[in-house]
Ligand binder design. Structure first.
Ligand SMILES: *[C@@H]1O[C@H](CO)[C@@H](O)[C@H](O)[C@H]1NC(C)=O
Ligand SMILES: *[C@@H]1O[C@H](CO)[C@@H](O)[C@H](O)[C@H]1NC(C)=O
Ligand SMILES: *[C@@H]1O[C@H](CO)[C@@H](O)[C@H](O)[C@H]1NC(C)=O
Ligand SMILES: *[C@@H]1O[C@H](CO)[C@@H](O)[C@H](O)[C@H]1NC(C)=O
Length: 198
């Protein structure tokens, strides 16, 4: 019975060994899980969505007493460059702005965009007697005389990513475009690139 003497000191030791093993296994699991998430992210990492405005025109321009009425028409091209990521556009709102002043609102019906898909949609805005500050109104009048007006089109969308069967939570996509509309030559619109950020 020489070993019975060392028994009491061995019991706490094996217990602490057990705790150590559990800790190591837990740590390894956490590291493994992190690696899986990282690799999945690197494989499917969403690329920046590509937005351009392909066409645009302005009609019935009427700026009277610092109030603007007009119809705007834009054709937006939305490209999803991702190989594995599809996108749910659950809601899309748009504004047309001049010098940071919003002139009119518009929206687009929700749609689902598969990977590598191009979707085009119209944005039609109607400004009805939108009030402008007198300095903004003056700038707009000057640009109108030069026949080239710089409007900004902003889109804000609630989107979800879909990879295989997995769907992400909602994210907000913001897109800003600065199309220059030539008032006298509506057919000369040049494609403009937008900046899209999540
Ligand atoms: C742009 O829209 C105008 C009408 O608003 C049309 O006449 C013109 O052909 C369009 N241009 C292109 C490239 O689609
Ligand atoms: C422009 O708008 C003003 C007031 O909003 C209106 O009195 C005028 O008739 C309009 N002009 C045209 C050409 O529609
Ligand atoms: C993109 O998706 C829409 C809707 O699913 C479809 O109508 C359109 O043809 C697709 N475009 C391309 C270039 O695949
Ligand atoms: C937007 O306006 C253009 C020209 O003014 C028209 O051809 C087009 O059908 C309109 N689109 C929508 C969705 O109302």
């Amino acid at each position: 019975m020489p070993t019975s003497a060392s028994q009491p000191s061995q019991a706490p030791k094996s217990k602490s060994n057990l705790i150590r093993i559990i800790a190591i296994v837990l740590l390894a699991l956490i590291v493994l899980l992190g690696l899986v998430v990282l690799i999945t992210w690197l494989v499917v990492k969403p690329k920046r969505l590509v937005y351009t405005i392909e066409n645009g025109s302005i009609q019935n321009f009427n700026l009277t007493n610092d109030h603007l009425s007009a119809n705007f028409y834009f054709v937006v091209r939305s490209y999803n460059p991702n190989k594995r990521v599809s996108i749910y556009y659950d809601s899309i709102g748009a504004t047309v702005n001049y010098n940071d002043q919003t002139l009119a609102f518009s929206g687009v019906d929700p749609f689902y965009q598969r990977h590598r898909n191009v979707t085009r949609f119209d944005l039609n805005f109607t400004a009805r007697s939108a009030a402008l500050s007198s300095s903004v109104s003056k700038d707009l009048m000057l640009e109108k005389r030069s026949e080239k007006i710089q409007f900004d089109v902003w889109l804000k969308a609630r989107i979800r990513f879909k990879v295989g069967a997995w769907k992400s939570r909602h994210r907000t996509l913001r897109v800003s475009c600065s199309p220059v509309l030539e008032v006298s030559r509506p057919k000369s619109f040049r494609r403009t690139y937008c900046y899209a950020e999540l």
